[in-house]
Design a protein around this ligand. Structure first.
Ligand SMILES: Cc1cc2nc3c(=O)[nH]c(=O)nc-3n(C[C@H](O)[C@H](O)[C@H](O)COP(=O)(O)O)c2cc1C
Length: 457
């Protein structure tokens, strides 16, 4: 029986995907996001539940489309204020032995030479447990703050990101020979200069990157590569680069189609269909019984912030929905929405439902666009098994509206049920994150991955 992969989804900010929960006394992310204790407790909890990774999202800038300003996002704590997730990773690594630690890093803001050094450092400090969620950023707000003029189209952003990846692959995979560090006292030589190479990258977006890479090879060399774009161009990018993809398919049937597309994109890029582990996002509310879980959902809804949810939604769409009365429907067809795959998303969740703006705000307020799973441990496990068996998913990206307390409930209640059903590991496969996803011995990027074959020195 196919075992599932589990990733806990969070962000080092006040409100991630369930806006307004900072008012809930059970919710600790609102102040915890800027403390080591919170993250260490979360990491230990996920490791106790045999999760593959903690996946930390990150953005720069504010959601400023709703009502033509960032006031709603600031007022309701919508992914703001926030701190930098990369610094949390070493703290969590020191408190765990197996859990993978993943974070987003933007190809828009940070040059590849810098990103390569950051992730090699994190891979050393975690002993090979780091993953990089590759994004081409969509919030225009912060571009000017970085001194970037954003005149790239959606597809150009992916094109640029493709070349970006070639640069980091050259730095991670080719700049250093395996045995370059010789520590040879006799020859008075720490590193053999003949075994460290410049990369001489010359390209359209990155005119000239010479190197060599600053860091000696880490356990994984290239961090495990996460990606979550879902447009046509996003899927092609995933087919070439991603080792783990994070989908938010609205239904099982849509999920099955997305899985097929992603596996076909991998094959198109010369890889095997299973070289990509596909993880579906779910918003999970679990309690000992179905009735108690429904009561918990009601309680969570009492803290929800519809304006905060719509500030997030408007930012994703790149379209201000505030002028639309709550009882009316929204017409997304006319705009060049920021996230292409969100166009018509609500209709795809349920074509029979009357998706007024009020209904969208209600849906989004708990777990944004993630499908909601509310119930007892066996109800939740049944639904997860369906996503595996009917849609062909490899695993999950779990959002809990109350974050640490919800993920702790998941670990205490659902994990034993999944293990009982033979769906979840009872021991970690190896020491690196790549081994958790691909099996013992698979520490390095697969030989089939294009990152192993880019033309370097
Ligand atoms: C589960 C998930 C996590 C994401 N995390 C981030 C993130 O941390 N930062 C970010 O800028 N974008 C994030 N995104 C957005 C995607 O990287 C991508 O930009 C977006 O889905 C648009 O791509 P598309 O136009 O190909 O659909 C995330 C998307 C999903 C589904």
């Amino acid at each position: 029986m196919k075992k599932m992969h589990l990733n806990g989804f969070s962000q080092a900010c006040v409100g991630h995907h369930s806006e307004g929960q900072w008012k809930n006394p059970q919710y600790r992310l609102d102040s915890g996001y800027r403390t080591m204790d919170y993250w260490v407790e979360l990491a230990r909890t996920l490791e106790r539940g045999f999760f593959d990774s903690l996946f930390l999202a990150d953005v720069h800038g504010t959601y400023n489309v709703y009502q033509g300003s960032n006031r709603a996002a600031i007022q309701h704590g919508v992914q703001f204020p926030a701190v930098d997730p990369t610094f949390l990773i070493p703290a969590m690594a020191g408190a765990t032995r197996h859990l993978g630690l993943a974070c987003t890093y933007s190809t828009t803001y940070f040059p590849p030479y810098h990103t390569a050094k950051v992730f090699s450092t994190l891979d050393h400090l975690t002993n090979g447990r780091v993953a990089w969620n590759i994004v081409a950023s969509y919030l225009k707000d912060a571009m000017a703050d970085f001194g970037i003029q954003d005149n790239l189209s959606h597809d150009e952003r992916y094109e640029r990101a493709d070349e970006y990846m070639d640069v980091v692959y050259k730095l991670w995979e080719q700049s250093w020979d395996e045995d370059a560090v010789v520590r040879d006292i006799g020859r008075d030589m720490f590193t053999d200069p003949d075994r460290v190479h410049t990369i001489h990258h010359k390209g359209r977006w990155f005119e000239s990157v010479t190197g060599p890479h600053m860091c000696e090879p880490s356990s994984q060399r290239t961090p495990v590569l996460f990606q979550a774009g879902a447009s046509g161009r996003g899927v092609a990018f995933a087919g070439r680069h991603a080792e783990c993809v994070f989908t938010v398919s609205p239904t099982l049937a849509a999920g099955a189609k997305d899985v097929k597309k992603l596996r076909a994109a991998a094959v198109e890029a010369g890889r095997d269909p299973d070289d990509i582990k596909i993880n579906q996002g779910l918003c999970i509310i679990v309690a000992p019984t179905d009735e108690l879980a429904k009561l918990e959902e009601q309680k969570l809804r009492s803290y929800a912030s519809p304006d905060g949810a719509l500030a997030l939604f408007s930012g994703w769409l790149g379209m201000d929905v505030s002028a639309i009365p709550r009882g009316e429907k929204l017409d997304e067809s006319s705009t060049d929405v920021a996230i292409h795959s969100l166009r018509g998303f609500m209709q795809r969740i349920d074509p029979t439902r009357d998706w007024t703006l009020g209904a969208i705000a209600d849906y989004m307020a708990l777990g944004s666009i993630f499908p909601k799973v509310v119930g007892s441990p066996s109800t939740v496990a049944d639904e997860m098994e369906r996503w595996m068996d009917e849609a062909g998913m490899d695993g999950f990206n779990i959002h809990a509206p109350t974050q640490l307390s919800g993920l702790t409930d998941f670990v205490d209640l659902v994990v034993p049920e999944l293990q009982k059903r033979g769906r979840l590991r009872t021991a970690y496969e190896g020491t690196t994150l790549r081994e958790s996803f691909f099996g013992a011995g698979h520490k390095r990027l697969s030989a089939r991955h294009p990152g192993r074959g880019v033309i370097g020195h």
